[in-house]
Ligand binder design. Sequence first.
Ligand SMILES: Cc1cc2nc3c(=O)[nH]c(=O)nc-3n(C[C@H](O)[C@H](O)[C@H](O)COP(=O)(O)OP(=O)(O)OC[C@H]3O[C@@H](n4cnc5c(N)ncnc54)[C@H](O)[C@@H]3O)c2cc1C
Length: 499
Amino acid sequence: MGAIDRKSCDVLVVGKGNAALCAALAARDEGASVAMLEAAPIEESGGNSRFAGGVMRFAYGGIEDLKRLADIPEDEAKSADWESNTVEQFYDDLYRVTSYRTDPQLSETLITQSLDAMIWLRGQGARFTPNYRHQSAVIDGKRRFFGRMPMWMVGGGPGLVQDLTDSAGKKGVEIFYETRAAALVYDGERVSGVRAQCRGKPAEFRARAVVLACGGFEANPEWRARYLGPGWELAKVRGTRFNMGDGLKMALDIGACPYGNWSGRHAVSWERYAPEFGDLSLPESSYRHSFPLSIMVNADGKRFVDEGIELYNYTYAKYGAEVLRQPQQFAYQVFDAKVKHLLRPEYGHRNVTRITASTLEELAAKLEGVDAEGFLRTVRAYNAAVRTDVPFNHSVKDGRCTVGINPPKSNWAYPLDTPPFEAYAVTCGITFTFGGLRIDHETGQVLDVNFHPIPGLYCAGEMVGGLFYFNYPAGTGLVSGTVFGRIAGNGAGAAALGK
Ligand SMILES: Cc1cc2nc3c(=O)[nH]c(=O)nc-3n(C[C@H](O)[C@H](O)[C@H](O)COP(=O)(O)OP(=O)(O)OC[C@H]3O[C@@H](n4cnc5c(N)ncnc54)[C@H](O)[C@@H]3O)c2cc1C
């Protein structure tokens, strides 16, 4: 074994995604010296945060709150209906989609601190702008938002990571790339550093406090099969290849308490032939989030979910698992020409598995691996079941449903009768895992199996267990990373300096 390289600082942050950067910046603002370890080389750095679309779900009452995040000119402010996402609405959404299992203290912290954390994030150099790209349309002459996420980070996830990296650099945070943390330095009483592999050589980093913000185990097929269940090793990974569960293992190895929905995950419908991991050069091209306007059919030609039960924000993160459960782990999203203009732009990208036909019979014959007769039976029954007396409106839950078929389609149903017909092949893409560590919600400190804080150990981001169960409301991952990253950074910084 080569020589062990020893470095030291007040606060050592493991990871370089949004949660880690927020923790580093908060610890620095406490006055601590800070270093970060990033497993990835610089060009692949930034974790899932770098792959993120960059929409944020935070509590706000209206335009006055949004103006604290971006300079929105008065005429623009007046010309739109900005919706609201009040604390109560945020609670309702988070509790409903997690089947009332979300941890009360963590969710309260997340929700009630979310707006303040966004203002802080802006102060750290991140840039917000109105999210006119998705879930926003001009209706009856007025721009409307429908998804409770009217703001977006300039440049999406990559823009956010770049802005925060620039701020960290300016504040003197040192970042060690290609440095994979492997174990905590722990004497049985307190954590005082990390052992890592730095560009193929062992290295030891000493610190008064360590913040683990190095993601879940979504990129680790062996852990996925172990914790999420058989078949999950077959999912495509939407984001980084570097989140292998290392931080969780390191913490569990010293007696940290596991917490939350360890068999749960965020997973979506995703381009069937997407590469194994996310592609930073085409981050959104494998998204297939317009499924509420489709019917989804499996290899038997059968539907298997209510595609339109909610706006996609509240179902997309659980429907990936439904696709994975289908024979050969695939499905087709089928649309007709009437809704073509409403599909998200990536449906028009290259590298999309799209089948086009001018009749349903022709489409059935072209759907590779699908029982053509079964598909035609499904479409006939579905078309006959649509309540065409209810007006179609994609910007609200329009109640335009089916009657008498199972599964039903509760909103945005329309008969597939207008060519050309289009079908898009999808499989399951995993985003991140829900299982994590138990933390003190006020300090971000990791608790041990006796629920006592482990001196010197903090955690944030995907590694925090207990927030998400079964499902997830869109836009919450980045906000959670900021809220709990900031808390962990403050906690670690204060502890390191004996405050
Ligand atoms: C395609 C996609 C789109 C998304 N869109 C959105 C969105 O629009 N809005 C939203 O809120 N959320 C979105 N998310 C989810 C969001 O990206 C995550 O919830 C969030 O980024 C997690 O942040 P994090 O800092 O905890 O983890 P990450 O950003 O994944 O950071 C983990 C870091 O740890 C590093 N690392 C891992 N292991 C080690 C180790 N052993 N040693 C050192 N470093 C290590 C990684 O390289 C990485 O830098 C999206 C995710 C994906 C994949």
